[in-house]
Ligand binder design. Structure first.
Ligand SMILES: Cc1cc2nc3c(=O)[nH]c(=O)nc-3n(C[C@H](O)[C@H](O)[C@H](O)COP(=O)(O)OP(=O)(O)OC[C@H]3O[C@@H](n4cnc5c(N)ncnc54)[C@H](O)[C@@H]3O)c2cc1C
Length: 641
């Protein structure tokens, strides 16, 4: 397969530098889409990649050879280009135009051969333009014309196809028609495609590899899930936005914020004498990052709720980073003997999320006391529509803790296994929905499971039951949300290790990992029947360990030692001895954010097991603690709080 690269490429018109020392490897067999603001150099780059523009510095390499040292006709046998807004000669038919694509294959005196004829017919077929073959190109609609141009580039039968803004001036249906044809060609014939596109959402949907250019340099490149972030949109397009998962394709979807609605809201609030302080949003955000632990909370006095002027009251959705979501059980599913999935939904969930993948996002479940309700005054004030003020909400958790559990109920921590917006292809309901995978631990007494309030809830849950949960408010949370601990930074090799309580988080992380990450996922579950499916595009190998009669964590510890040898590859050796933590008194919770280290480990499960792995990884394998997250998800013999 042909390979295309740019090495230190500088491109200039009239001594004005447009592209500056840019290096780029086009992934073979994939669709690469180049995006960027007008004038950032993306079309100029495409011209240079296709040999139309000679670089002022650096080289374009086609199969390792400088493209400018190759004759144009030879390049055209490997690489086809569809320029921006091409014009066809008057009166030419579609078939005649497409036949011109065969030019590089014809010798000086050679006539149009049977082989050429066959190539043209193939191109007509692949682009669905056979019925247009004898029509004049200038009579066709924009979408049809563009398909004919693509057919011309295809008739060239090249392994590489470069297209400059192939959807410009087309309405949205025709834009999709053109991109679907290109995508199908890539999938069915393995053609390497490079497209310059101005529509970021279509680019995120169709690209395998996305390149964002800013002022002639690569700002970010990789899988769309990695590249399309609110930060990139701001820096590359100068536009504040929200990025949410596209409910149709699951790829990132950019929603520009603009000023229109923001100004209107401010006006309405100002008319009611309510002034939004600029620090406010930041304050509520940091409150989530440093989630108070039970121990922290117990050290602070119980504050009575502050009196608040009615004019300062606003719906929680406007100012609370963590909201209480009142949900209903939509489905229950016994996945395996050890795992039960409870799917909840409800209109409150339209406020839920961080506008990014949930990874190992934790939520708190509020389990009602026997015969009572979990909707205490403190929790009710956290509902999205409930009126409250920041001052009035201070210390709510401490107040909730001070109530007798037999009347307030219990709080337990779980993972969002999956969150599906309304309209998601797997959500047929009319509200968003969320899956939670419960480990069914405990003992069956008189036909009912006794294992703790959360497990007992899951055991008895019926469609229509209520469940309250606490989670992020999407209006005030982004991918930096404090309830997500998986922070691998730039690490390309990861180890994910955990027992069954960490399986939902590991499976969710695996689904989000991009193709260029490798490593190991090690998951210890009670039995062979408890092995769940895990899917990933990454190169991470997934190993399920079945405990059987072994002690909890023994197999996992051995497997971690196998994959993280001493000294660990990519580890920054520190020789540090981790300080002892009394896991029966304290929560074992150490999470670092890897920045540029090549290796990152994420370990969760029973606290004793995690402590053992922490000792091995930090002391014996010498891994820097910034490169590891150690999380005691539960402690043998202890309830969560
Ligand atoms: C960030 C985070 C994410 C989590 N995600 C999940 C998740 O997605 N799914 C999940 O099932 N759990 C998850 N957990 C673990 C879960 O919070 C605990 O297992 C919790 O204790 C269960 O609550 P409970 O009411 O059933 O039991 P509790 O009332 O807390 O405990 C009752 C008894 O059961 C024991 N026990 C608790 N959990 C287990 C277990 N798994 N196996 C055997 N004995 C146990 C306790 O030691 C105690 O003796 C997560 C924990 C954290 C911190």
């Amino acid at each position: 397969m042909a390979q295309l690269q740019a090495n230190d490429l500088t491109l200039a018109y009239d001594k004005v530098t447009i592209v500056d020392e840019l290096s780029l490897d086009i992934p073979t067999g994939e669709v690469t889409i180049v995006v960027g603001a007008n004038g950032c150099g993306k079309s100029t780059l495409l011209r240079a990649l296709s040999r139309l523009l000679k670089p002022a510095g650096g080289k374009v390499l086609l199969d390792g050879q400088d493209i400018h040292t190759k004759p144009a006709k030879e390049v055209a046998k490997t690489l086809g280009l569809l320029p921006q807004s091409p014009t066809a000669p008057d009166g030419i038919t579609a078939r005649e135009l497409i036949s011109r694509g065969r030019y590089p294959h014809q010798g000086l005196f050679k006539r149009f051969s049977a082989e050429d004829e066959a190539a043209v017919n193939r191109a007509l077929e692949l682009t669905g333009t056979m019925e247009l073959a004898d029509r004049a190109v200038d009579e066709l609609s924009g979408g049809q014309r563009q398909r004919v141009w693509i057919a011309m580039a295809l008739a060239q039968e090249t392994e590489l196809l470069l297209l400059d803004e192939p959807t410009t001036f087309l309405d949205v249906a025709h834009q999709l028609e053109v991109l679907d044809v290109i995508s199908e060609l890539n999938r069915t014939r393995g053609i390497t495609v490079v497209i310059v596109l101005h529509d970021l959402n279509l680019a995120a949907r169709y690209a395998d590899h996305l390149v964002a250019l800013r002022e002639g340099k690569i700002y970010a490149a990789g899988h769309p899930n990695e590249v399309v972030t609110e930060r990139t949109v701001k820096d590359v397009f100068g536009m504040p936005s929200r990025v949410i998962p596209d409910p149709v394709a699951g790829t990132p979807l950019v929603l520009p914020i603009g000023r229109h609605r923001v100004l209107r809201t401010e006006n309405v609030l100002a008319a009611q004498g309510i002034v939004r302080s600029p620090e406010f949003v930041e304050l509520t955000k940091s409150a989530v990052k440093q989630e108070p632990t039970v121990a922290d909370e117990l050290q602070t006095p119980v504050l009575a709720p502050q009196e608040v002027e009615p004019a300062q009251l606003r719906p929680g959705a406007e100012h609370l980073a963590t909201l209480a979501y009142q949900c209903m059980v939509m489905r229950t599913q016994d996945l395996t003997p050890a795992f039960r999935r409870i799917t909840v939904g409800g209109t409150d969930l339209s406020h839920f999320g961080t506008n990014s993948h949930s990874l190992d996002m934790r939520i708190k479940l509020l389990l009602p006391p026997a015969g009572g309700s979990a909707l205490t005054e403190e929790i009710a004030a956290l509902r999205p529509e409930a009126l409250s003020s920041p001052a009035g909400q201070e210390g709510w958790y401490r107040r909730w803790l001070s109530i007798d559990p037999s009347s307030r109920g219990y709080m337990r921590t779980y993972t969002v296994r999956a969150f599906r917006e309304v309209g998601h292809r797997d959500n047929l309901g009319d509200t968003a929905e969320l899956d939670i995978d419960f480990v069914m631990h405990g003992q069956v007494v008189n036909g009912a499971l006794q294992g703790g309030p959360a497990t007992e809830f899951a055991d008895r849950a019926q469609v229509g039951d209520e469940l309250l949960l606490l989670g992020p408010n999407r209006a005030l949370s982004d991918e930096t949300y404090g309830g997500i601990e998986f922070r691998p930074g730039g690490a390309r090799r990861v180890v994910l290790a955990g027992d069954e309580t960490a399986a939902p988080a590991i499976c969710a992380i695996l689904e989000a990992l991009p193709a260029n990450v490798t490593g190991h996922a090690l998951i210890e579950v009670p039995d062979t029947d408890d092995i769940l499916g895990a899917s990933t595009r990454s190169g991470v190998s997934v190993q399920w360990l079945t405990r059987g009669t072994n002690e909890h964590g023994v197999l996992l510890a051995a497997a971690v030692k196998d994959v993280v040898a001493i000294p660990a590859a990519g580890a920054v050796h520190t020789d540090a001895d981790p300080e002892d933590i009394d896991i029966d008194e304290q929560i074992l919770w150490e999470t670092g954010a890897a920045e540029s280290a090549p290796f990152y480990a994420w370990i969760a499960g029973e606290a004793g097991m995690v402590k053992e792995l922490r000792r091995y990884l930090v002391r014996e394998a010498g891994i820097n603690r910034k490169q590891v997250a150690f999380m005691g998800y539960w402690r043998r013999g202890k309830t969560e709080n």
